[in-house]
Design a protein around this ligand. Structure first.
Ligand SMILES: NC(=O)c1ccc[n+]([C@@H]2O[C@H](COP(=O)([O-])OP(=O)(O)OC[C@H]3O[C@@H](n4cnc5c(N)ncnc54)[C@H](OP(=O)(O)O)[C@@H]3O)[C@@H](O)[C@H]2O)c1
Length: 154
C-alpha cells in the first residue's frame, strides 16, 4: 500500500506530511474509510458552492480527527465561475470584502471551519492576485451562506 511506504518516509524524516486526495463524490466512501483507519496529516478534496457533498461527512470527520483540509476545485473546475460570470455581484459581496465572484466562491470554501486552505487553479497572474484577496478580511459563518448561497445558484 502506498500509504505504508509514505509513512516509512515520514518516520525516516524524508517526508513531513502524509495525506490522501480525490476529486469526486464517488470516492467518498473509500476516502472516509482511509480517514478513519489511518493517521493522516491532510486530506485534499473537492468542495465548492455548487458541490457541497464533502461537507456531509468528510469535512466534519477530518476536523474531528485533526486532519488539515486542502480544497481542490473551489470553482467547480471553472464551470461555476463561468456560470456566474454574467451576473452582477450581489450587494453583500462588498460587506464580506469581496470584489469578484472568484473571491466570493473562495470565501465560501474558506468559511468552513474544517478547511485549512483552498488551492484554486489558474494560469493567469491577475487571477492569482484576485484569488489571494479572498484570504483577507472577515469570513462569514454558515448561517450567512444558508441565507445567500442558495440564491446565487437559483
Ligand atoms: N487531487 C486531485 O485529485 C485533483 C483533482 C483536480 C484538481 N486538483 C487540483 O486542484 C486545483 C484546482 O483545480 P482546477 O484548476 O481543476 O479547478 P478550479 O480551481 O475550481 O478552477 C480553475 C478554473 O478557474 C479559472 N479561474 C481561476 N481563478 C480565476 C479568477 N480569479 N477569475 C476567473 N477565472 C478564474 C481558471 O482559469 P484561468 O487559468 O484562466 O484563471 C480555471 O479555468 C489545481 O491545483 C489542481 O491540480 C486536484
Amino acid at each position: 500500500m502506498q500509504l505504508a511506504s509514505v509513512r516509512r518516509l515520514k518516520d525516516a524524516g524524508r517526508v513531513r506530511y502524509v495525506g490522501i486526495t480525490h476529486y469526486t463524490a464517488s470516492s467518498y466512501a473509500e476516502v472516509e474509510a482511509v480517514l478513519r483507519a489511518e493517521k493522516l496529516d491532510f486530506l485534499q478534496i473537492n468542495y465548492a458552492l455548487d458541490d457541497r457533498a464533502a461537507a456531509e461527512r468528510l469535512l466534519p470527520l477530518a476536523q474531528a480527527r485533526g486532519v488539515a483540509v486542502l480544497v481542490n476545485q473551489p470553482f467547480g473546475g471553472g464551470g461555476l465561475l463561468r456560470r456566474l460570470a454574467g451576473k452582477p455581484l450581489p450587494g453583500w459581496a462588498a460587506d464580506i470584502g469581496c470584489a469578484s465572484w472568484a473571491q466570493v466562491l473562495l470565501k465560501f470554501v474558506l468559511s468552513h471551519p474544517a478547511v485549512t486552505c483552498a488551492i484554486p487553479g489558474t494560469g493567469r497572474p491577475a487571477h492569482m492576485l484576485d484569488n489571494l484577496a479572498a484570504g483577507r478580511g472577515a469570513l462569514p459563518d454558515a448561517s450567512f451562506w444558508r441565507l445567500h448561497g442558495a440564491l446565487l445558484l437559483g
